[in-house]
Design a binder for this molecule. Structure first.
Ligand code: SF4
Ligand code: SF4
Length: 362
């Protein structure tokens, strides 16, 4: 077993299966890469079924069926059945646009365990504008009602940015009204499309502080009624988040074309060698692929991370963000206030403009 200063190699617990990059929506903060994979490059049903079996034997417990919009796959029910047959807990991450009630019922029959629906705003006009798709909001409400009617657990995911940060309370009320048991207040992460749209999406420090107060108040008020997940947005935090729970530590990501990535944005780092499930088993990739071993453990770290007591907690932050903001993927994530490049984050957080969204399109 090859390790790169990783000590005992952990087994992954979660697999993000990006079934496709196709999506009818155009969210300007989409975490998909700027270079989207066309349909012709997507893995077929049988290969996904093999990947799920290999994932289960590697120790993975849950699979997130994601995209793009997974509903764009005509074989979504077969793929879900294969994941359940492999013994995995299945979570469908959907925009709700492209999943009919009939498909949802078939997914429920296939044993789908959980559904997560993204909602762009609590106000219909704004929600459709952010999604770049007229009618998206109505479809989301309708599918959410159907999920609850079928007695499947529902999470609402709301990506937060300058256009909706002042309606967090209304978004949580909406999630409650839809029957969700959990709501994720997910501040935009500035990679991929969000990096492209950063100055348009970035809230002010005051808005972020106010949002944190609102969330605290909601948590007190709605305790026992709905679980509210929220984290401080990167650019205003003192310490970085433990990105993907540590590089090659707890999770892996299979892209639509079969490349296996330590995180969804890893292809933004040049020079990394990714292996594909078309040529290697998932175990071989997890243990031996150069990309997974590039930033495992702590041996690759520079100062101040290398001697920092938090290095096993946050793993030096996000490698993709370090690369995007400093040009060095092994640098301390500049979000950390101890990073010598932290001033750059403060400058970027202060940059705002009112340019129209650069929508995510194929
Ligand atoms: S973030 Fe928006 S554009 Fe990207 S996959 Fe999800 S729904 Fe589609
Ligand atoms: S210096 Fe590195 S390890 Fe320490 S808190 Fe900052 S990012 Fe984390």
């Amino acid at each position: 077993m090859t390790q790169n200063g990783a000590g005992n190699l952990h087994k992954p617990l979660g697999l993000l299966a990006e079934l496709t990059h196709r999506c009818p929506l155009g969210c300007p903060y989409c975490s998909n890469p700027l270079a989207l994979e066309p349909r012709a490059h997507e893995l077929d049903t049988a290969t996904w079924a093999r990947v799920f079996r290999e994932a289960a034997s590697l120790g993975v417990l849950q699979v997130h069926l994601s995209g793009g919009e997974p509903g764009a796959r005509r074989d979504l029910v077969e793929i879900t059945t294969a994941a359940r047959d492999a013994g995995l807990y299945t979570n469908l991450i959907t925009s709700a646009v492209g999943i009919t009630n009939k498909t949802l019922a078939a997914l429920a029959d296939a044993g789908l365990d959980h559904v997560q629906i993204s909602i762009q705003d609590s106000e219909e006009k704004s929600a459709d504008h952010i999604a770049g798709y007229e009618g998206a909001y109505a479809k989301k409400r309708s599918l959410a009602a159907e999920v609850v009617r079928l007695k499947m657990p529902l999470t609402v995911n709301a990506v937060i940015h300058r256009a909706n940060i002042e309606r967090i309370s209304e978004l949580v009320d909406l999630a409650l009204a839809l029957g969700a048991s959990r709501v994720e207040i997910a501040h935009a992460q500035y990679y991929g499309w969000a990096l492209k749209n950063r100055a348009t999406l970035m809230p002010t420090r005051e808005q972020v502080q106010q949002a944190a107060n609102v969330v605290e108040d909601l948590r007190r008020r709605l305790h026992g009624k709905i679980v509210i997940d929220a984290v401080i947005p990167d650019y205003y935090a003192r310490f970085p988040k433990p990105c993907v729970g540590g590089w090659g530590h707890r999770s892996l990501n299979v892209a639509p074309d079969g490349l296996v990535l330590p995180c969804h944005a890893a292809q933004s780092i040049p020079g990394l060698e990714f292996w594909s499930v078309r040529e290697h088993s998932l175990t071989d990739i997890w243990e031996n692929s150069p990309a997974f071993n590039a930033f495992r453990g702590t041996a690759w770290m520079q100062e101040p991370c290398a001697s920092c007591p938090r290095r096993d907690e946050d793993f030096g932050g996000c490698r993709c963000q370090a690369y995007a903001l400093t040009g060095d993927a092994a640098a301390t994530d500049p979000v950390c206030h101890l990073s010598p490049n932290h001033a750059r984050v403060e400058t970027l957080a202060a940059e705002r403009d009112t340019a129209p969204y650069d929508y995510r399109r194929m």
